[in-house]
Design a protein around this ligand. Structure first.
Ligand code: HSE
Length: 285
């Protein structure tokens, strides 16, 4: 029997749609695997009642099929499903790592990321790897079709989860399929600024580099209370605020000493719109 833990993550960071992701230092999913003739799944924990136990419809089940590693899989959810914090990715990532160990497959990080990303496809329709990559590798990750790499940083973050359920499929459907050259130039400038900020562990550069004007506004429009929460967090000292993944969670970057005030600001911003929200102070894990 093998047990693996994989963390929640936040993808996109504004300018890196389907490209950038960060691992959070908590919460996470715990996946236990035992060798079996056929894959079975048992779900426990936060929101587990909403996740199918049919291996063909469960991210971890798809990973087991992808790795040709049938197993009795138990998933203990610490990351709430449909939150924008990489819940399905955490299960897929932990399953990939645990199955690799269980069957002694000796897979490299990139192969594990690709297998876990196939699990993501059953949830969102796309095998995007920007959540599974940081969940497996940790730190800040950059994913392209030809590879993945990670940067170590311990940047301070606040994640805020409103009491609403988000649909990744719906949030992908609203993304514009076209952009202008001006917006492309702006996004490239932001993304480059963000990467420089990650290497320098500089919350101001990272916050500035989150600015993006095509995907993020389309997603933000789906999140009641987003604008109020964002404004409140910026007033409280956040150096950048954006939609976490497909939403509805919101991610703020800041100096470490500002986390408490920003957490309070984010929840009060949602509260002003009549929405309960829970914020947690975290960092890139
Ligand atoms: N990059 C993905 C998206 C992350 O924004 O749709 C969500 O899982």
């Amino acid at each position: 029997m093998v047990t693996a833990w994989a963390p929640a993550t936040s993808a996109n960071l504004g300018s890196g749609f389907d490209t950038f992701g960060v691992a959070l230092d908590r919460p996470g999913d715990v996946v236990t695997v035992e060798r079996a003739e056929e894959t079975t799944i048992e779900m426990r924990g936060l929101g587990s009642e909403f996740i199918p136990e049919d291996p063909a419809k469960n991210t971890a089940g798809v990973v087991a099929a992808e790795l040709d590693a049938p197993a009795r899989i138990t998933i203990d959810k610490g990351v709430r499903p449909s939150s924008g914090l990489g819940s399905s990715a955490a299960s897929a990532a932990a399953a990939a790592v645990a199955l690799d160990d269980l069957y002694d497959l000796g897979l490299d990080d990139e192969t594990l990321v690709r297998a876990a990303a196939e699990g993501e496809a059953v949830v969102s329709g796309d095998a995007h790897a920007d959540n599974v990559a940081p969940s497996i590798l940790g730190g800040f990750t950059i994913v392209r079709e030809d590879g993945v790499f990670s940067v170590d940083t311990d940047l301070a973050l606040v994640a805020c989860l409103p009491d609403r359920v988000g649909s990744t499929r719906e949030a992908r459907d609203v993304v514009p399929q076209e952009t202008t050259l001006d917006e492309l130039v702006h996004t490239v400038g932001s993304a480059a600024t963000l990467v420089a900020g990650m290497y320098e562990n500089d919350p101001v550069r990272v916050g500035r580099g989150m600015d993006e004007r095509v995907v993020t506004p389309a997603r933000a429009a789906l999140i009641d209370g987003y604008d109020a929460a964002r404004e409140a967090a910026l007033d409280a000292g956040a150096t950048g605020v954006t939609v976490s993944g497909a939403g509805p969670s919101v991610l703020a970057v800041c100096y470490p000493g500002r986390r408490r005030d920003i957490a309070a600001a984010l929840t009060s911003g949602f509260d002003a719109e009549g929405i309960d929200a829970r914020a947690f102070q975290t960092r890139v894990g």
